[in-house]
Ligand binder design. Structure first.
Ligand code: FEO
Length: 495
């Protein structure tokens, strides 16, 4: 199957709906992907890139239905990674003398992957051009590290189409090929996921290379990527989006991720998140368990965040392995201009928090003081976690929080009781104030409410039981903490 792109350009690529993993198992492709190859038929016939090696047979069959392979004059390989040059061996077996245009670095990687040093390689550099007849030329632009040292883009004059390879692409599959045809939210989600998980370390190069390309003052009518959509509607939108992402991108967002052996570090995470929200309801707080959530989604959230909080139980005096793995990934992605802190529960030593703190500092984050809780955090410890969150919210705030009470009230009147920085003393006071047994009691950690009229039959607390008669071993049914974290609802609202 082919898809007409523009004038004498056709897409001859391959969709891959089934793929779940990329780069081994490091990148989860939640929306499939495509390997985009393009056939240009002018006086000379040119193939731009091939497809993943697993689809070599289909690729050759499809291409043969479109053109006699012997009529292909030139092959351009923008990038040698096997998702683009994978079908080259099968193609060259059919047309072995066809000139291949690529960067000098690509000869090394193509030869290393395919073991055919005898192929007819032609090295191109930035600014080199290849005449393909009918007044049109291919102009080459080296883009090292976007995504490999061998990468380049190819620009087709007159048609003003930029074949950008990995850059501006996404792991996204849709039978519709053009950017204006697909779901815009899905598309931009996948663009961000791709950039944040793959290109973040090269942000400085992205900025420099885009400015270099813009400096050529070439018109760009379409950007034909090697994965996902062809940008035909306002194609430069993705260039400007890349410039934003490459500029130490952050939103008013805090990402918390952790692993937890016995749920204790998880309790801390939830309380810290609530403390942040108490003080700054405008900040988007996202909480992930690294053992359960999609790693690439967590990294995309880290990319979007002004700061991160990383938690782990202490196990054998070190952090849990999945947290260590995430920190290794984060170190490699070389995020800039972000804040960070460590937290976690422990039994007899708290080595995990110290190690996380060190790793975050070494990775270039501006680190704040860590927080440890011994064994299962009790009510006092949970209040400290919540207060820790409040302090984080204040010190990481991107805007004035002096009117936070009014901000909170206007955002969610029902939650206004949570939004005062003086909540900690109010909680402490209220813990000792249970004189009115008919009052509803609020769990200050998870906001579950004990209503005497209903009781809590699951714990044999019968309807009509006043708070003073609720047994001391009572646990909040939502978060599992004891009576000491409860406070009268009315008093909290008054505070
Ligand atoms: Fe899509 Fe770097 O390969």
């Amino acid at each position: 199957m082919t898809i007409h792109i523009k004038n004498n350009i056709n897409w001859v690529g391959q969709r891959d709906w089934e793929i779940l993993d990329f780069h081994g198992t490091e990148y989860k492709t939640t929306k499939g992907t495509s390997y985009n190859s393009y056939l240009i038929r002018e006086q000379k016939n040119v193939l731009i890139d091939t497809v993943d090696h697993r689809f070599s047979l289909q690729f050759i069959q499809n291409l043969e239905m479109e053109i006699d392979l012997n009529l292909i004059d030139y092959i351009v390989i923008n990038h040698a990674e096997e998702d683009h040059s994978g079908a080259l061996a099968a193609l060259m077996a059919k047309i072995p003398n066809t000139p291949i245009y690529c960067t000098e670095n690509a000869i090394d990687s193509i030869t290393g992957l395919h073991h055919h040093p005898e192929w007819n390689f032609n090295i191109v550099k930035t600014g080199d051009s290849l005449d393909i007849g009918n007044g049109k030329q291919l102009v080459f632009i080296e883009t090292p590290m976007l995504h490999w040292p061998d990468s380049m883009m190819t620009y087709l004059t007159q048609d003003a189409v930029l074949f950008s390879n990995d850059a501006f692409g996404q792991h996204y599959c849709d039978e519709r090929l053009f950017n204006d045809e697909v779901d815009q939210i899905e598309l931009m989600d996948q663009c961000l996921r791709y950039y944040s998980n793959i290109l973040t370390p090269f942000s400085a190069l992205v900025t420099a290379k885009i400015n270099e390309v813009l400096g050529f003052n070439l018109p760009v009518d379409m950007i034909a990527t090697a994965h996902g959509v062809v940008w035909r509607d306002n194609p430069t939108q993705i260039i400007h989006q890349y410039l934003q992402w490459a500029d130490n991108y952050q939103e008013d967002r805090i990402t918390i991720f952790y692993d937890s052996m016995s749920n204790n570090t998880r309790l801390m995470a939830d309380a810290i998140a609530q403390g942040i929200h108490d003080v700054d309801p405008g900040v988007s707080v996202k909480v992930f368990n690294v053992a359960r959530h999609d790693k690439n989604d967590i990294l995309a959230n880290v990319f979007r965040s002004k700061g991160i909080l990383v938690g782990s139980s202490t196990m054998n005096n070190v952090m849990m392995p999945k947290v260590a793995g995430m920190l290794e990934e984060i170190t490699g992605l070389r995020f800039k201009d972000k804040k960070a802190g460590a937290f976690g529960s422990y039994g007899w030593n708290g080595g995990a928090v110290d190690r996380i703190h060190t790793r975050l500092t070494d990775a270039g984050f501006e680190t704040t003081v860590g927080l440890k809780a011994k064994w299962k955090p009790d009510g006092k410890a949970m209040r400290e976690c919540r207060e820790h969150g409040r302090q984080i919210a204040k010190s990481w705030a991107l805007h004035d929080l002096s009117n936070v009470d009014s901000i909170s009230s206007s955002l969610n009147p029902n939650q206004a009781v949570k939004s005062t920085v003086s909540i900690a003393p109010a909680v402490q006071t209220s813990c000792a104030t249970t004189s009115n047994d008919t009052q509803d009691m609020l769990c200050t950690v998870c906001n579950w409410v004990y209503q005497p009229v209903l009781g809590e039959p699951n714990q044999d607390v019968q309807p009509g039981t006043p708070w003073s008669e609720v047994p001391d071993f009572f646990l909040c049914p939502d978060c599992g903490l004891g009576k000491e974290v409860f406070t009268p609802v009315a008093q909290r609202k008054a505070s």
